[in-house]
Design a protein around this ligand. Sequence first.
Ligand code: PGA
Length: 239
Amino acid sequence: MPRKIAAGNWKMNGTRASLAELSAIATAHPAPSVEVLICPPATLLARATDAGAVALGGQDCHAKTSGAHTGDVSAEMLADAGASYCLTGHSERRTDHAEDDATVAAKSQAAYDAGLTAVICIGETLAEREAGTTLDIITGQLNGSVPLTATATNTVIAYEPVWAIGTGLVPTTDQIAEVHAHIRTHLADKDIPLLYGGSVKASNAAEIFAVPNVDGALVGGASLKAEDFSPIITALENA
Ligand code: PGA
């Protein structure tokens, strides 16, 4: 069985004061029965290691280990700062930084090489869904973004429909089930955890976690405050 993961992506939000939220999450779940992961901004990673029983992740890494890449952060640096995970291929990276599948695969491999688990994000746009090409898009992203060396230890897949991110729109449970079943069938290692992401909140988490092949969630907005994220963790523990 894939392990269950409640993951938070703080995106470009958070200063030192936000570490209190992290501590509050850790305090509310001192011995969680699911993995709890927070991906704060890279600036907070090293300080966040004091928060307690919460795994930490970067939100992006460079494909190279070091060198002349101003402003970038390597997977090795993230690991050194206390991360055990790194998001790769988030749709905001694919859009804002024109990252293609090959770049995402190279970054995911860099994460593996640094001993990190890559949370590889995939998902269709609204236009792609309306054109009926969702499963083809997902297949293409899996083929292009997931290294052949992916295992249940070094990889998590996050299915995040682009149109559901930060919009309050959520696919139907049938739509989530269809895509997750497709991803599960496609992956060589059937124990790779599959997360759903896109407008997950306390009020819809239990329904989403009941969908077959959903092993957890990647949560943006509702991961910033302990009072919003904690019930999502509990919903996954109870799923
Ligand atoms: P959201 O973001 O929960 O705010 O929709 C999800 C994500 O981008 O990972």
